[in-house]
Structure formats: structure tokens, C-alpha cells
Design a protein around this ligand. Structure first.
Ligand code: HEM
Ligand code: HEM
Length: 181
């Protein structure tokens, strides 16, 4: 379990694994959809589903373990901003893979995870066109996936700036604590 002085190895491992995976997924997601790099789609979906399992473990651990306690009394505005940022990040990590699966699965595109067919595609044999299994939910998934993507980019930048501020200006152990030092 975490203590105010030291985080458990599980907290640290889950934070950094998911942090780097999310940054990579955001970058690849925007890149492949803007430049229409279709060969990357199956890789994006495969890693997205795989990291979802780790994200669920992290959410369970966060509920069991509680949120990190600030190292000292910061101004109330800063503490509130940090809390809101952490909530957006953790909910965002849950909703990105869920919305991606809704979009691909119910949009009829199908989901293959490292070659294993998790949800088959839905092509109309007569027309050869991909048809949605549930158009409304697929659209909700697509909308959430794209817009939450933008929100997360801004929130991650804010979160990184906060970590740097603690390290460089406040000169406290917030970043070092998450690095296990
Ligand atoms: C794990 C976290 C994930 C992150 C951070 C993420 C991020 C993104 C981002 C930023 C985009 C570009 C914006 C957009 O066009 O929607 C994107 C596109 C896409 N993502 Fe994800 N994604 C994740 C998981 C998944 C999963 C699990 C699936 C499906 C199983 C998926 C399927 C897709 C598809 C099909 C696109 C292309 C959308 C298009 O071209 O219109 N994503 N992703
Ligand atoms: C290189 C980039 C990153 C740095 C330097 C960083 C740094 C930190 C630090 C120092 C903390 C501890 C805050 C405290 O003690 O109050 C923290 C917590 C947290 N970070 Fe990051 N982080 C980064 C990227 C990310 C990303 C990409 C995500 C998710 C998308 C994320 C999600 C979280 C969450 C949810 C917490 C709350 C504690 C937890 O659930 O483990 N971080 N981060």
C-alpha cells in the first residue's frame, strides 16, 4: 500500500506503464487517422485492448489504495486542480479504449487483437460495404474517442507541467516519489 512518504511498486509500475502507453496511443491515433495510415489500425486496436486490461487493474488498485496525498499544504486552488486533473486522466484512460471498442466493434469494422478476432467485421455480402451493428452507439463511440483525445492531450500537458513545477520550483519530492526515490 502507498504511504505519504513512499508509493508501492505496483502504483509506480502501473502509473508509468499506462502513462507511456497512453502517450504513444494518443500520438499514433492522431497520426494514423489524420494521414489515413490504415496498416496501423489493427496495431492500435490490439495495443488498445491489451492496455485496457492493465487500466482496469489500475482503477481497482486506485479504489483500494486511495488517491496520493499531497506532500504538504499547497494553496487550495492547486490541490483542486491536481485532483480534477487526476480524475480526468483516470476516467480518460478508461473511456478511450471503451469508446474505441464501441466505435470499431459496433461500427462493423471489427476488432482483431494481435491476429485473434475479438469482434468480427460486418460486411454486407451483397454490396461489399461495411455496415454498422448499432449506428447510434458506434457514433457515440467515435465522437467520444476523438474529443476525449483532444481533452487528454491538454490534460496530460497540464499534468506534466504540474509535475515539473513541483520538481523545479517547489523543489519537493512529488516527482521523485512517483519515480520510487
Ligand atoms: C487505449 C487507449 C486509446 C487511446 C489513447 C486512443 C487514442 C486515439 C486517438 C487520439 C485517435 C485519433 C482521433 C480519432 O480519430 O478518433 C484514435 C483513433 C482511432 N482509434 Fe483509438 N485509442 C485507444 C484505444 C483504441 C481501441 C481499444 C480501439 C478499438 C478496439 C481504437 C480504435 C481506433 C480507431 C478505429 C481509430 C481511427 C478513427 C478514424 O480514423 O476515424 N482505439 N485513437
Ligand atoms: C511523462 C509524463 C508524466 C509525468 C512526469 C507524470 C508524473 C506524475 C506524478 C509525479 C504523479 C504523482 C502526483 C502526486 O503525488 O500527487 C502522477 C500521478 C498521476 N498520473 Fe502522471 N505523469 C505523467 C504522465 C501521465 C499520463 C500520460 C497519465 C494518464 C493518461 C497520468 C496519470 C496519472 C494519474 C491518474 C495520477 C494519480 C495517481 C495514480 O493514479 O497513480 N500521468 N503523475
Amino acid at each position: 500500500m502507498d504511504t505519504p512518504q513512499k508509493f508501492s511498486p505496483l502504483t509506480i509500475a502501473l502509473h508509468w506503464l499506462i502513462a507511456f502507453a497512453m502517450i504513444a496511443m494518443l500520438a499514433v491515433g492522431f497520426y494514423m487517422s489524420i494521414y489515413e495510415v490504415y496498416p496501423l489500425y489493427d496495431w492500435h486496436k490490439s495495443f488498445g485492448v491489451a492496455i485496457f486490461a492493465v487500466i482496469l487493474l489500475r482503477v481497482w488498485w486506485r479504489i483500494k489504495n486511495g488517491w496520493p496525498k499531497p506532500l504538504r499544504e499547497y494553496p487550495q486552488f492547486q490541490q483542486r486542480l491536481a485532483r480534477v486533473t487526476h480524475w480526468v486522466l483516470i476516467i480518460g484512460t478508461l473511456l478511450m479504449p471503451i469508446s474505441g471498442m464501441l466505435y470499431s466493434g459496433l461500427g462493423g469494422w471489427g476488432i482483431k487483437v494481435f491476429g485473434w478476432v475479438m469482434v468480427p467485421g460486418n460486411k454486407n455480402p451483397a454490396t461489399g460495404q461495411t455496415e454498422p451493428i448499432h449506428a447510434g452507439l458506434a457514433q457515440l463511440g467515435a465522437f467520444t474517442h476523438e474529443w476525449l483525445g483532444y481533452v487528454l492531450v491538454v490534460t496530460v500537458l497540464l499534468h506534466m507541467a504540474g509535475a515539473l513545477k513541483h520538481h523545479l520550483f517547489d523543489r519537493d519530492r512529488t516527482l521523485l516519489r512517483m519515480l520510487g526515490r
